[in-house]
Design a protein around this ligand. Structure first.
Ligand SMILES: [Fe+2]
Ligand SMILES: [Fe+2]
Length: 298
């Protein structure tokens, strides 16, 4: 039986209109100025409401949100993002990982990440923290956090060594299922400029090569792309989606997201990836293309 899930990324949904300058540390100030100048025109609530309408028409085993829900990671922004998550669905149907904007500076986790905890959580039999693991039928969703505080003007990420060794164990334990690894930054070495890159992309790619996976998903670049990584059981497609709220004003892709349909078949899996994109009028999402990948697996 086929199963479906979807990935949205980088909604950058928070409104900083009520923020006082005294709340902004130096790193946040740069992000705030970028929001004042550009981002508030690019990332729009009306696009997110069209997205919610479109998502409501789909039957999904899970909705993955691959980070950057906020602009500067202030507690008020976490509260806005929590309300948005609740509007999308219950915490066992929507799975979130943080992005670099959500972890811009180290803040009180009780006022920030604790608000998203139910949405970041694993299935009830596992402890809190990353990697997270949710199993839905034939699908195993493994979430990684690459969000770390960085110096000003940097948007890099890192997956901790502890997460990496746990990732290997989880990939082994779920072998035979359709294993989906999702992380904010691309784990493909060399695809991002150093300023925006996952610092230990090679180590993440090595772990996937050793233990295998069926699909890797990321955001961060605000562009759709497809790469491939070697995997122990066969090549692993790596998909990125644009920002879910973007009007595409400054050269980035207009808002889009992916729906994935997975079917077991003789000798492996059949994966259908459908891109759903904001239409030219900016009013609703429509199918912009689809591709079918065959993943041979032993
Ligand atoms: Fe982003
Ligand atoms: Fe990002």
């Amino acid at each position: 039986m086929a199963q479906q899930f979807a990935q949205v990324s980088d909604p950058h949904l928070s409104d900083l209109g009520g923020v006082r300058l005294s709340q902004l540390l130096s790193k946040r100030l740069l992000s705030y100025l970028s929001w004042r100048r550009k981002r508030r025109f690019e990332h729009r609530r009306e696009v997110l409401s069209a997205l919610a309408d479109d998502l409501a028409t789909l039957e999904l085993s899970q909705l993955l949100v691959t980070g950057d829900l906020t602009h500067t990671g202030l507690p008020e922004e976490f509260r806005q993002a929590q309300a948005w998550l609740e509007s999308l669905g219950a915490a066992d149907t929507v799975a979130v990982i943080p992005g670099n904007h959500d972890a811009l500076v180290r803040d009180d986790p009780g006022q920030t990440f604790a608000l998203w905890q139910d949405y970041m959580a694993s299935d009830p039999d596992r402890e809190a923290g990353f990697p997270s693991l949710r199993i839905r039928g034939e699908l195993a969703f493994i979430g990684l956090s690459s969000a770390v505080p960085t110096p000003p003007l940097m948007a890099s990420g890192e997956v901790s060594a502890a997460q990496l060794s746990e990732l290997g164990a989880l990939l082994d334990a779920t072998r035979g299922k359709f294993r989906v690894v999702y992380v904010h930054h691309s784990p493909v070495p060399g695809v991002e400029k150093w300023r925006k890159a996952l610092r230990n992309a090679s180590a993440v790619a090595d772990t996937l090569a050793t233990h295998g996976a069926e699909l890797v998903l990321h955001g961060h670049g605000h562009r759709a792309r497809l790469d491939h990584l070697p995997g122990a059981d066969g090549e692993v497609p790596v998909f990125a989606v644009p920002s879910a709220s973007a009007r595409g004003l400054y050269g980035a892709d207009v808002a889009a997201y992916n729906r994935y349909r997975v079917e077991r078949q003789e000798g492996g899996w059949r994966l259908t990836v459908e891109q759903r994109r904001l239409d030219d009028a900016g009013e609703q999402f429509e199918v912009a293309g689809a591709q079918v990948l065959t993943l041979p697996r032993p």
